[in-house]
Design a protein around this ligand. Sequence first.
Ligand code: F3S
Length: 645
Amino acid sequence: MGLTLTEKILKAHIVDGELIKGTEIGLRIDQTLTQDATGTMAYLEYEAMGVPRVKTELSVAYIDHNTLQNGFENADDHRFIGSVTKKHGIRFSRPGNGICHQVHLERFGIPGKTLIGSDSHTPTGGGIGMLAMGAGGLDVAVAMGGGAYYITCPKVVRVNLTGKLSPWVAAKDVILEVLRRMSVKGGVGKVIEYCGEGVKTLSVPERATITNMGAELGATTSIFPSDEVTREFLTAQGRGEVWTPLAADPDAVYDEELTIDLSQLVPMAACPHSPDNVKTVAEIGSMKIDQVCIGSCTNSSLLDMLKVAYILKGKTVHPDVSLSIAPGSKQVLQMLAQNGALADMIAAGARILESACGPCIGMGQSPNSHGISLRTFNRNFEGRSGTRDGQIYLVSPELAAASALTGVLTDPRTLGEMPDFQLPKTFTVNDNMIELPAPESEMDKVEILRGPNIKPFPQTSPLADSIDVPCSLKVGDNITTDHIMPAGAKILPLRSNIPAISEHCFTVCDPAFPTRAKELGKSIIVGGANYGQGSSREHAALAPLYLGVKAVLVKSFARIHRANLINAGILPLTFANEADYDKIDQGDELELANVRKAIEAGESQLTLRDKTKGIDIPVLCELSGRTKDIVLAGGLLDYTREALK
Ligand code: F3S
């Protein structure tokens, strides 16, 4: 039986487990990337692991999210990342060099390689035939240290592309159609693999738009084959030598299939407030707009920008519309400047932004209240734009530019004949904003620049023989990661400072908790059902770790938070009988005698002694072989450190 392209790459990288769908497998990771919002912690974690030089083939740190540098914290984070990468063998893409995924595609992506990045849109690399996945900062740190990256062996969906896009219909419309059909939950546990005759009609940047926004399907990743089009793109980037042809076997078997006839697609938009709320432009009708933002890792390639410049050339942006454009990389911006397209944009009245994430991550350009904003981005969740009642529509660059001129939602097919836009045979290559690491022989001379906001990763220790500590906090059902570790403009800059960010831990529930936990030294938290729901924020486990929390005992956990607790070396316990939750009070002295021996022996049923009440409470601790070893070692960092010895 033939293999899918996904299976071929998985097979070449599997180091633990077997290619059986739905089971956990460990993969060797060839490349990693980080962005600054998640990168600082990833590098603190990497430092804590004690591996002198990265073991990946290539690791790159990008600064693209918080580039405004309001206050010293951001600037300190950037300097820290710049120095820590220099020492440990990682390339550093400076602020202004571009958005991580755009630059990685241009300068570093290699077909057939595995890439994980501490950013959910890392699957952009699938446009060039990489198996590229978004991951947590700690996962990236472990991969840099040479550890495996664990995923659930995915199902593979074949998306068969036929035909060719009509003029002014875009790659964005292809992924919007996939989202319309599969929904934002439709890709969970799956890789979306694009095949068929229509593939060769799409350029690499167009393919990357499609794989980028596959993240909105909830998919593990998305991937295109590596073909002649890929070879031409890499050659034009001066990297033709890294090309290899890659495709699924003709008799490959897929778990699901769907067909999209490209020639039947029409311009579409994802309407507020979900990327799968897709309608055609005709269905939405002629809607007045207030703002247009063009850019983001989804649609900021040279090809996108050349189309936008062509549409704007010689015209003026509608007086009721604010149009901003952020080219995706320094390469794109420089080439636009060289060929005059940038001048056309400026002359039309576009506001040119830095090559960075910018408005996509809420760094400026929030729409006016109730404002309607057309964006070429990938997410339109309520409030993400910075305006609570902003109405965000996700569209192609062509549709965005055409609408910026008219002030109403405009079908770009009304623009008339479309020129044959082609990528250049040679891109302008100038990597002077990418700093190389120091040679290994000189790494000891590199000073790590730690501003006052950069604090080391919290101390961890192997699981103790027994846990005999008080309950420092008792909370109810549906505690979210926002309760545990609130976000917000004041707290976000403290991500690289666990002692400082811990002062905010659980303060929405109990302002006295951080002080009390520190005074107690070690403690247990007791909670209700669905504890830790919400985001994958690892700080919701790291702050309790810093505050001395040894175990969390609840009625039930949200899956990702439970995994984060294990990674932090905090014991995740559940009540065998939920009713026992009522028997424990905050302040009770709790004891798990000989817990280490029990976990080592693979026992999942433990007994918690409430010494204050004088009662025994049965609790469960269900760990697999690997998670058991992680907890015993004191967390994923210690486990990896041991495993790599
Ligand atoms: Fe940046 Fe937005 Fe992409 S924050 S990495 S441009 S999704």
